[in-house]
Ligand binder design. Structure first.
Ligand code: ZN
Length: 254
């Protein structure tokens, strides 16, 4: 795992202190807390994070959709794809209830779980406290990882909820290394927008085209595929599936 950098100014942190911003980040219950100090400057995040923290504190299992099969099927698929590309170290952006952590626990060497809600992280950490899990509290638009340091990034059903997706994509380009793999799943059959920023309309071909072009510009060759996560199968047409998957690699896909 690389050393952390300041998510605001990208200076290397010394014992979680940024000498440039003169801001001290901290650790809480084994979670490294690297939210930007003026989180309210990142628009509606502050209130949203507080809302999710309350959900997690008041019994996340009630909201976790454990009765649903879709998160399990997505997590299983991610596990399979990682095995295909022989990936053993993952950065998981937006961990939510920890489905990915559950699926990868026995197959991966190291998983860095990254989420803006510390209460969700604690909820998942209780299930997976081992050394191979690293827990970091931060936002997708300001990643505390050095340039070219991440070999694989998973972003499961998170992308559509990120406030500033363009900032996240720039960060994705910055932190991923030369041969990096990205796995992004985007739900598009739900009743979006559920949250104010859920504006990414995956059904709009123009928006998808822009995303595809940008990922290409930052060096990724991508496949876009559609999946019916209830049936656990790839489908030809998006009208038959509920998830769009972006599988990208910074080298020729094999
Ligand atoms: Zn700084």
């Amino acid at each position: 795992m690389p050393d952390f950098i300041c998510p605001v100014c990208h200076t290397e942190l010394i014992n979680l202190y940024c000498p440039k911003c003169e801001h001290r980040y901290y650790e809480e219950d084994g979670v490294t807390c690297l939210l930007p100090p003026k989180i309210n400057e990142y628009s509606s995040y502050y209130f949203e994070i507080q809302r999710y923290n309350e959900i997690a504190k008041n019994g996340a299992e009630k909201y976790s959709g454990l009765e649903e099969t879709r998160p399990f099927s997505r997590a299983r698929l991610i596990n399979e794809l990682l095995a295909t590309y022989d990936i053993k170290e993952v950065l998981n952006i937006g961990i939510g209830f920890g489905f990915i952590e559950d699926a990868l626990h026995y197959t991966i060497d190291k998983c860095t779980s990254y989420d803006p809600c510390i209460e969700f992280i604690k909820y998942v950490k209780e299930r997976h406290p081992s050394d191979k899990h690293i827990y970091v509290n931060g936002i997708a638009e300001a990643l505390p990882f050095p340039d070219n340091s991440i070999g694989c990034m998973v972003c499961d059903s998170t992308f559509q909820s990120i406030n500033n997706r363009m900032s996240f994509l720039y960060e994705l380009g910055r932190v991923t290394c030369d041969k990096a793999l990205i796995l992004i799943s985007i739900g598009y059959l739900w009743n979006y927008p559920r949250k104010p920023q859920d504006g990414f309309n995956i059904k709009n071909p123009e928006e998808l085209k822009t995303l595809r072009r940008f990922l290409k510009e930052i060096g990724f060759e991508i496949q876009i595929r559609y999946r019916d996560s209830n049936e656990d199968a790839w489908v030809d047409k998006k009208s038959e599936g509920d998830y769009l998957w972006i599988i990208g690699k910074k080298e020729t896909l094999q």
